[in-house]
Structure formats: structure tokens, C-alpha cells
Write a protein that binds this ligand. Structure first.
Ligand SMILES: Cc1cc2nc3c(=O)[nH]c(=O)nc-3n(C[C@H](O)[C@H](O)[C@H](O)COP(=O)(O)OP(=O)(O)OC[C@H]3O[C@@H](n4cnc5c(N)ncnc54)[C@H](O)[C@@H]3O)c2cc1C
Length: 417
């Protein structure tokens, strides 16, 4: 592998998914030279998984995209969530929350992933300060002198190249090679479940309501996607997910209807099916020497509470804000790999990351297992939630990715009812 005269960057972001691309956009106009290194070609055709994928964005996340000047491009394809309806199959009790109770036009928005990716990549294409290096796969790293890391990359023909950077960001997903190369450990809990995703056309209008229904096998969510369609995220044991992806359309929709019930009338299949195996990944630390982890590389969550990206963008924009502040403070002496600055950012992010990871995990374990007798407790829980305004408010803030951010990275404010 050649390391002769590698191109020098201030910051190299490995992973051009939603988290890495958001960070690269947030760092524009800092005067820093940034490399965004992505394993997939940016113009690669979308597969079924990607075509069916949507993300429920919290109100605060929408505000962050607005701040980046990206929300305008997404807004037309964004479906507002005006109400949230959480229930459990076969048990009494439900939680309902409406945006109007909080004086907001929507609790959050559902946006197709392809729309978000396109908006981010369009922005990146116009930024002189960001070099997109794709397709290029990060392979290994080497610390150089005292102030640089050299990264070894390969292209799709396995041809090697190198770049060097003062700060390395791992945004390369749950199985992060950057995390591994940095020697950062992670706690990995396999849920032995997969999320089956598709697009559904319901007989009755969803009216902006996001439904989440807990079943013995796992939760199924039908979220507003367009005026006439819903995004379906159905969590089941992994063997069952394989079966659900392989079976014919009629059998699939019959089984979905059976677990979801009749509240939206007859359901019809309106898109491809995809599936994602689910595990909880929590890294031991988010910052290391001249390096940091954001998004799924640092923490990957079950989608039941739709929190993963909402948390990831807070990592990314929080880090961008920290870098900007430090740059303003230090002037010419600014070092993007400053150890104290990175440690401060990681420390500041930890409470939000742990709170959201624990909340998500609790939801999955309480509502999605088959322990006899727990169903009663669960439905009492939901019944209690529907009665107790404080807890219900917490559910509204945290459930389904609608959580508002209590820390400094929040740009939204919300009145308690
Ligand atoms: C079914 C499902 C539904 C979800 N719904 C929601 C939701 O409604 N709301 C929400 O907030 N979150 C949701 N999430 C979570 C959310 O999708 C993730 O948190 C988010 O996509 C994480 O983005 P990321 O950029 O960190 O990681 P990724 O999306 O995994 O991106 C990582 C990128 O790194 C690249 N890469 C990997 N290895 C290398 C390498 N060695 N070199 C270079 N590049 C590399 C990959 O090609 C990829 O582009 C959901 C997740 C699932 C599975």
C-alpha cells in the first residue's frame, strides 16, 4: 500500500450515510478541508431496502435540517405526524398524543431515506471544502508523527490509496471498521429480531396518525408516508422475517392485517419489502486520540422507538458546533483533533445517548417478549400512561422518534400541556 504524499485533510469522515453526510454538511464554511469517504458509489441504484426505508424525524431534527438549509428540499416529501397512537394487541389500554396539545403543527415528520440522502448529497456536491471519495472503503489506520492519522482505503477494484487527516470521524455504521481499528470496544446485544419494512396503502385515511402496536412477536408501526400511504416497520424474530420477505403478497398482507387489526380498514401492499437484523450496539467511548464516533458507529438502537437517526444528528451537529466554538476560541492555533475538546464533546453527549438507548431498550423488552403474565402488566402500563399526564408527556417526547432534545443542541422548544 502506497503512502507517498497522501492528500492531507483537516477532517476525514468515514461513512457517507445520514450521520456522516449531515456532519460534512454542518462543517461547511469552517474553512476546514474535509474528506467524506463512502464505500458505496453515490450514484449506485437503490435496492429494495433503501426504496422502502423511511425515517421518523423528531420536531427538533426537522429544526436542525432547517438550520442546515436542507429542510426545504425534504419538506415536500415529508408527511407530518399529527397524532401518535400506541396500543397492544389483545389488551386494554392505549396511549394517544396529539400535536395540537403541544401547540405544534406536527409531532414530527416521516421522510423517505432516499429523499434525505439526495438532499444531503446535492448539498455536498456544491461544497468546495468537502471532497467526496466514493466508492472507497476504509481499511486501516496508522498514527503519523504527533498530529496526523493516515487512512488506507481501497476502491471497488481493490486499488489502494491513502489520505491523511488531523481528525478522523467514524460514521460507518453499527459494524464500524473505524471503531475496531481504533481499538474501541462495544457492547453488542443481538435482539434476534429483524425489522421488515414496506409501504402500505390503507383503505381508511391515516389522517396524520402514526400507529404503533405491540404484539407478542414485536411491534408493528404504520406511519404516515404520503396522503394515501403508510410506511410499515414490523419487528419479528429473524426466522419469521425471512419467511415474511419470501412469502407471496397475499399471505404477507393477511398476516400484517392480523397483527395490526382493522383500525385503518383493509391494508394493501404498495412497495417492495426489505429487512434489517436488529442489535443494540453501545460503544465503550465515543472519542479517542484524534478520533470520534457518531451515529450507528457509536450506538445502534432498535427502531421500535424510532430514535436512532434523531440521536445521530444530535451527535453530528453537536460535534460540528463544538469544532466551530473551539475554532473561534483558538484562531490560528485551532487543532480539530484537540484531545480535551473531543473528550468534552463525548462527555456532553453521553447522558442523551444513554437515556435514549435505555428508554428504547426498555420499550422493546417490556412490550415485545412472551413472558407469561407480562401482557397484563403491559396493558396496565399503557392504561396508566393514558391517564397520567406527566408520563404521557414523556412518552410523547420520547416515543417514535419525537423526542425533543433537552441539551444545548436543541433548537426547538415545546410547551408542556
Ligand atoms: C428499519 C429501521 C427503521 C428505522 N427508523 C428510524 C426512524 O424512524 N427514526 C430514527 O431516528 N431512526 C430510525 N432508524 C435508525 C436510523 O436509520 C439509523 O440510526 C441511521 O440510519 C444511522 O445512520 P449512520 O449514518 O450512522 O449509519 P449507516 O446508515 O449504517 O451508514 C453508514 C455508512 O457507512 C458506509 N460504510 C460502512 N463501512 C465503511 C467503510 N469501511 N468505509 C467507508 N464507508 C463505509 C456505509 O456504506 C454507509 O453508507 C431505523 C433503523 C432501521 C433499521
Amino acid at each position: 500500500m502506497s503512502s507517498a504524499n497522501p492528500i492531507k485533510y483537516d477532517i476525514a469522515v468515514v461513512g457517507g450515510g445520514l450521520a456522516g453526510a449531515s456532519l460534512a454538511c454542518a462543517l461547511a464554511n469552517t474553512g476546514l478541508q474535509i474528506a467524506l469517504i463512502e464505500a458505496q458509489a453515490f450514484d449506485a441504484p437503490a435496492d429494495d431496502n433503501m426504496r422502502a426505508r423511511t425515517t421518523a424525524l423528531a420536531w427538533g431534527t426537522r429544526a436542525m435540517f432547517d438550520e442546515l438549509g436542507l429542510w426545504g428540499e425534504m419538506a415536500e416529501s415529508a408527511a407530518p405526524i399529527k397524532r401518535l397512537h400506541v396500543s397492544q394487541r389483545g389488551h386494554f389500554g392505549r396511549v394517544q398524543v396529539a400535536a395540537e396539545e403541544y401547540g405544534l403543527p406536527a409531532l414530527g415528520y416521516v421522510v423517505p431515506n432516499l429523499v434525505m440522502i439526495e438532499a444531503l448529497r446535492n448539498r455536498l456536491a456544491g461544497l468546495d471544502s468537502v471532497d467526496v471519495i466514493a466508492p472507497a472503503r476504509f481499511q486501516m489506520l496508522r498514527y503519523m508523527d504527533y498530529d496526523r492519522i493516515e487512512l488506507s482505503l481501497t476502491d471497488e477494484d481493490d486499488q489502494p490509496s491513502t489520505v491523511s487527516t488531523r481528525l478522523l470521524i467514524g460514521a460507518d455504521g453499527a459494524r464500524s471498521s473505524v471503531r475496531e481499528a481504533l481499538g474501541i470496544g462495544a457492547q453488542i446485544d443481538d435482539y434476534h429480531q429483524s425489522a421488515v419494512i414496506t409501504i402500505i396503502e390503507p383503505e381508511r385515511a391515516h389522517d396524520g396518525c402514526a400507529y404503533e402496536r405491540f404484539n407478542a412477536d414485536g411491534p408493528v408501526a404504520l406511519l404516515p408516508r404520503t396522503a394515501d400511504s403508510c410506511a410499515c416497520v414490523w419487528t419479528v424474530p429473524t426466522d419469521m422475517a425471512r419467511d415474511l420477505c419470501a412469502t407471496d403478497d397475499t399471505d404477507f398482507i393477511t398476516r400484517l392485517q392480523n397483527v395490526f387489526g382493522e383500525r385503518l380498514g383493509r391494508l394493501s401492499l404498495a412497495g417492495p419489502r426489505g429487512s434489517y437484523p436488529l442489535a443494540r450496539v453501545l460503544c465503550d467511548k465515543a472519542a479517542s486520540t484524534r478520533a470520534a464516533l457518531i451515529g450507528n458507529a457509536g450506538h445502534s438502537l432498535h427502531p421500535a422507538a424510532a430514535q436512532g437517526f434523531n440521536l445521530a444528528i444530535r451527535d453530528a451537529l453537536g460535534l460540528a458546533a463544538t469544532l466551530r466554538e473551539h475554532q473561534a476560541l483558538k484562531g490560528h492555533g485551532f487543532d480539530p483533533g484537540d484531545a480535551d475538546m473531543l473528550a468534552g464533546w463525548a462527555e456532553g453527549r453521553r447522558p442523551d445517548q444513554h437515556r435514549v438507548a435505555n428508554f428504547t431498550d426498555a420499550i422493546v423488552r417490556v412490550f415485545s417478549n412472551r413472558v407469561p403474565g407480562l401482557g397484563h402488566v403491559r396493558s396496565m402500563g399503557l392504561f396508566g400512561l393514558s391517564l397520567a399526564p406527566g408520563i404521557r408527556h414523556d412518552m410523547a417526547r420520547r416515543s417514535m422518534g419525537l423526542a425533543l432534545v433537552e441539551d444545548a443542541s436543541s433548537t426547538a422548544s415545546m410547551k408542556k400541556p
